[in-house]
Design a protein around this ligand. Structure first.
Ligand SMILES: Nc1ncnc2c1ncn2[C@@H]1O[C@H](COP(=O)(O)OP(=O)(O)OP(=O)(O)O)[C@@H](O)[C@H]1O
Ligand SMILES: [Mg+2]
Length: 153
């Protein structure tokens, strides 16, 4: 699935929409260059899930944690990730569970410490906007995209 996002607002709106099709237990990887829209999309997802407050980039803390009623939402950014000990010590592995939604910017920096995501979004800068391509990597991911396609006709 590929979409053109003309501006910041379009990225937020797309995140809002994506929020409708995800549920606890899902992991989403966001790939793309610096400034390509990964945090903006996450902001849109969080809005869509009903989180009204500011959403900041987790670049310095590696993770920002949101609790939205019973749901735990973990927003990771591994750009500054140093080594796997950091990962083990922080207990990040436990964050990826059936009660949480995990969104990961720069997953490639964590190498093979991460399990396969359900959805993989790849951003690229295109003209004044962005292109986003979403791929399903698991059966769960495929169900999300199939649901999206059938309801958006
Ligand atoms: N579709 C779009 N068209 C144009 N600009 C956009 C679009 N989506 C987001 N932006 C803008 O791009 C800039 C960078 O966005 P953002 O912080 O989301 O990138 P990022 O991929 O998370 O970067 P980083 O890798 O540094 O974390 C912001 O100013 C944002 O408003
Ligand atoms: Mg970011």
């Amino acid at each position: 699935m590929s979409h053109y996002l003309a501006d910041d607002a379009a990225t937020i709106k797309f995140g809002n929409k994506l929020a409708t099709y995800i549920h606890p237990g899902i992991t989403i990887h966001l790939l793309g260059n610096l400034g390509s829209g990964k945090t903006t999309l996450t902001r849109g997802i969080l809005r869509g899930l009903g989180y009204p407050h500011a959403v900041k980039s987790p670049t310095y803390n590696l993770v920002e944690i949101y609790k939205i009623s019973e749901l735990y939402f973990y927003h990771f950014d591994f750009y500054r990730f140093n080594d796997y000990l950091e990962w083990e010590e922080a207990g990040f592995r436990e964050y990826f569970n059936s009660d949480s939604i995990c969104v990961v910017e720069w997953p490639e920096k964590a190498g093979d410490l991460l399990q396969k995501p359900d959805l993989r979004c790849v951003f690229s800068v295109l003209d004044a906007g962005r292109k986003i391509e979403i791929q399903a990597c698991t059966g769960t991911g495929k169900q999300c995209l199939a649901h999206w396609k059938t309801t958006s006709r």
